[in-house]
Design a protein around this ligand. Structure first.
Ligand SMILES: [Fe+2]
Length: 365
């Protein structure tokens, strides 16, 4: 019998006791690159590590760490990839148990050197060789930050920022043929389940995607693989990034319009908005959606989901430009939809085509 650490809120059996994302660790070849980006995204620097050149930024319950420590795994990672996400942490209810179980199932341990009086953070080799930490100290006042970091004086330790509370999902890009390997990694070690598979075809390129969800229902990891023979967007990312890794991180808000306004005021650059035709087609695509189309259009926010049978399941989303090398961010608000905006790929494609027809570039038969 395997030990059951399943919690009442779990979606299905949770043998690792997963409980959401804890932090993402970043690095860059030289300091000063990531800090202004995190501020644009609504984060505040709240603490510095007691002995290492490591700082903690926070917004809502999202922790971003910048590791500028020389000769660390982060430094080597940055040398290879440029500015990047070089580590990832999952919350688990008991890190010793989870770590032992991961190794038993074939995970590769990664030793992160610690200074005196510092916590030893168990980690296994994750995406792109980056450490995947297993953290059980995340209770307020007893967290890893309370022990290894010093909070800045007078700083709000739980800044609201732009209203983003949690990481909704974190998409990985992997080499062609490697999606199954990475799906097995998360399935075997953590009991993730595939909730969606899609094959998205543009006119010339395409991508395959497997969306995995953890048993706690809060860690969502879609895996993307290039579907075309040529240099589609996944291939381009892998070349720019110099390997497999985190392509984008999505933050969830309860009020995306308000969050967007705050990001805009900070000067964040968003991806090019869709053509007007996208919004003209909204009512046709999602009849009775009830969202303020003009407000969405003004901001370039996309809408996806379904309104079938009057049951509204919607998702609002928008993306930043690439901000950290080829890595970008997504901002979303879920209204009962648990997808990733798949419908928008097709809708964007069609709205651009309609726009081309209107401009006479493409002749409609
Ligand atoms: Fe996404």
């Amino acid at each position: 019998m395997t030990q059951d650490t399943t919690h009442p809120t779990d979606l299905f059996e949770n043998p690792m006791g997963l409980d959401g994302f804890e932090f993402v660790e970043f690095a860059s070849p030289k300091p000063g690159i990531l800090e202004p980006i995190f501020e644009l995204l609504g984060f505040t620097k709240i603490a510095v590590h007691r002995s290492k050149d490591v700082v903690l930024y926070r917004q809502g319950d999202i922790n971003f760490i910048i590791n500028n420590e020389p000769k660390s795994h982060a430094a080597y990672f940055a040398e290879e990839h440029g500015p990047c996400a070089c580590g990832l942490a999952f919350r688990v209810r008991d890190s010793h148990k989870a770590y032992a179980r991961a190794l038993e199932l074939g995970a590769q341990p990664i030793e992160i050197p610690t200074g005196p009086m510092e916590l030893h953070l168990p980690a296994i080799k994750g995406i792109g060789g980056a450490p995947l930490y297993l953290i059980d100290r995340y209770k307020e006042g007893q967290s890893i930050y309370d022990i290894d970091f010093e909070y800045l004086e007078g700083v709000d330790r739980n800044p609201v920022g732009c209203g983003f509370k949690v990481i909704d999902h974190m998409t990985h890009n992997v080499y062609r043929g490697r999606m199954d390997y990475w799906a097995r990694f998360y399935e075997t070690l953590f009991n993730f389940k595939e909730i969606r598979y899609f094959d998205i075809k543009g006119e010339y390129t395409g991508l395959k995607s497997r969306a995995l969800t953890a048993p706690d229902g809060r860690i969502r990891i879609p895996l993307n693989e290039e579907a075309s023979e040529g240099t589609g967007q996944i291939e381009e990312f892998l070349m720019a990034y110099n390997g497999e890794g985190i392509q984008h991180i999505a933050f969830a808000s309860d009020d995306l319009l308000a969050s967007w306004d705050m990001l805009k005021e900070r000067g964040l650059a968003f991806m090019t908005p869709p053509p007007d035709t996208y919004y003209e087609m909204l009512e046709e695509r999602l009849p009775g959606h009830g969202e303020p189309a003009d407000e969405l259009k003004k901001r370039g926010i996309l809408l996806d989901g379904t309104t079938e049978g009057g049951d509204l399941r919607l998702l609002l989303q928008i993306f930043s430009e690439t901000l950290i090398g080829p890595v970008f961010f997504e901002f979303i608000q879920r209204k009962k939809d648990d997808g990733f905006g798949e419908g928008n790929f097709k809708a964007l494609f069609e709205s651009m085509e309609r726009d081309q027809i209107r401009r006479g570039v493409v002749k409609a038969e």
